[in-house]
Design a protein around this ligand. Sequence first.
Ligand code: URA
Length: 315
Amino acid sequence: MRERILALVDELKRRKADGDELVYVAPESIAALRTAVRAKQGAGAAQADAAPSRRLADAAPAIDRQAPAVLPVADEPAFEMKPYRKPAPAVVVEQGPALPEPPSFTVPEGDKRMRWEWLRDRVLNCPVCKANLNPGKQIVFGNGNIDADIFFCGEAPGADEETQGIPFVGKAGQLLIKIISAMGLSREQVYIGNIMNWRPQTGQATGNRPPTEEEMAFCLPYLMAQVEVVRPKVIVALGNTAVTGLMGPDKNRRLGKIRGQWFDFKGTPLMPTYHPSYVLQYGSNAVKRQIWEDMLTVMERVGLPISEKQQGYFR
Ligand code: URA
């Protein structure tokens, strides 16, 4: 019962994060939530409205999470998750640092490796990127196989990435690598980059914040140039920020509605899906299955073989 309630709460939070404001919750589920709230707060606490259609903000009670929020799965899971741990809330900034116009440059003609190294050198020496680094930290440029068919694009470096100077080496990165290996690939066979080359500063010792539109616009030419050099068959945009960075801002766009469909990024097919950190946070089986379905679509598009076992993950 406890796991089902946690799964329901995760699903409600996921739908809320996707922008749904109202959702139908079956009376049995509300009764189960009430019981959980009573158990936590005492019999007097549960005086919620009995109407089956509820505001999402009201429908997710605080429940201690000592157990992992993982549903039993029928088939073998493709990628396992660590027990849920609430992340530090994202820091919201009204305005980021003032930035100059986005850089304008042309990658010289020539050998692919030479072009990639020229670009990497240019980014690692970008004065604006350097000026926006946290003290003692590093610029993070894309890495992996420059002949890759699949280009994974994330948001921005986190604490681990800015320390090591490599994208996706923290917890979200470990999950991304598990997803990649469930696809039958290794990190060395794909290319991994980010919208941002630096970790957006928060002015605090901990916590992340999403990049501002201006920050994303500044870094976009560097990402576009990586796509131009690598020439992948597809780009996988991981999460809302990557989608916004690549497709442009749109307040009405909902990742939950557009994921799994193909879009175009300057001639390269683009697949939006959830960010691995979203799976770590709202890791219901439904979310894992959705990401996995998106990856199956990507595999099909680039001509990777798909086994029956892979088809069955999270079914
Ligand atoms: N999240 C991202 O989007 N990128 C990273 O490099 C790490 C975490």
